[in-house]
Design a protein around this ligand. Structure first.
Ligand SMILES: [Mg+2]
Length: 246
């Protein structure tokens, strides 16, 4: 049993389940991933610089500065990003756009130097280490595919700290459905009542709640603000430094 405190409350749990992007890993590398995707599409399809810029803007990146646009990055689930980008290409008369986009996004997954760009959210690494040292279990429940998710975790030196990864290709339903959370608990050999769910979106916390997790913890390091998280959360904290393992 891991004993910990958060927001002045003393708690205990056998396992922690984390969403990945915005919860354990910051979004800081995404503009660069988007640039790689747009650049490869432009090279392979012989697009004009204007078209490459339009693809980047569509994905939420300012082509001039490389920074996120005020509206934010296109942080939709992967399949929906692919659909939007291939819709744009199809509107330019490019045939088989969906297949091309899927292939190029996969190539970028494999070749992007994640180790250079990935950054943990504040306190993420220390918390994972604290949980493992206290004898707890750690699961990651993400909408990313399992392979890339493991690559990202390993790039941050967390390969040994995460006991199970449940991803879009190992689970039929997406959060807020509880299937992924339940599947992770089963793999860890713990009951959801002994697990804490941590996420940066209401969908993460709704999934934890529907699965019966003992505590559903929202963090403000990702996509959603306090107004969105609070209705689905037992507690909302700024970042993972506020969880202290005893
Ligand atoms: Mg997230």
């Amino acid at each position: 049993m891991v004993k910990f405190s958060v927001a002045g409350q003393r708690e205990q749990a056998q396992a922690f389940l984390f969403d990945k992007d915005g919860t354990l890993i910051s979004f800081s590398h995404w503009p660069q991933v988007m640039r790689w995707r747009a650049r490869r599409l432009a090279q392979q399809l012989r697009l004009s610089p204007q078209q490459e810029g339009a693809l980047l803007r569509l994905m939420g990146v300012d082509p001039a500065t490389g920074e996120p646009l005020p509206g934010g990055l296109l942080l939709l689930p992967r399949v929906e990003v692919e659909a939007q980008v291939s819709g744009q290409l199809a509107s330019w008369g490019i045939a088989e756009a969906a297949e091309i986009v899927a292939r190029i996004f996969r190539e970028v997954d494999e070749e992007f130097p994640f180790q250079e760009y990935l950054r943990p959210t504040p306190g993420a690494g220390e918390l994972l280490l604290g949980i493992k040292r206290a004898g707890g279990k750690v699961g990651v429940v993400t909408h990313d595919a399992v392979g890339p998710a493991r690559t990202h975790l390993a790039a941050l030196g967390w390969g040994e700290l995460v006991d199970v990864v449940v991803g879009a290709d190992s689970c039929r339903s997406r959060k807020p459905h509880p299937e992924g959370v339940i599947q992770a608990c089963r793999a860890l050999g713990v009951s959801p009542q002994d697990a804490v769910m941590v996420g940066d979106t209401a969908a993460d916390l709704q999934a934890g709640r529907a699965a019966g997790c003992r505590l559903n913890l929202g963090v403000l390091t990702g996509a959603e603000g306090k107004e969105e998280l609070a209705p689905a959360a037992d507690l909302v904290i700024g970042d993972l430094r506020e969880v202290r393992v005893h």
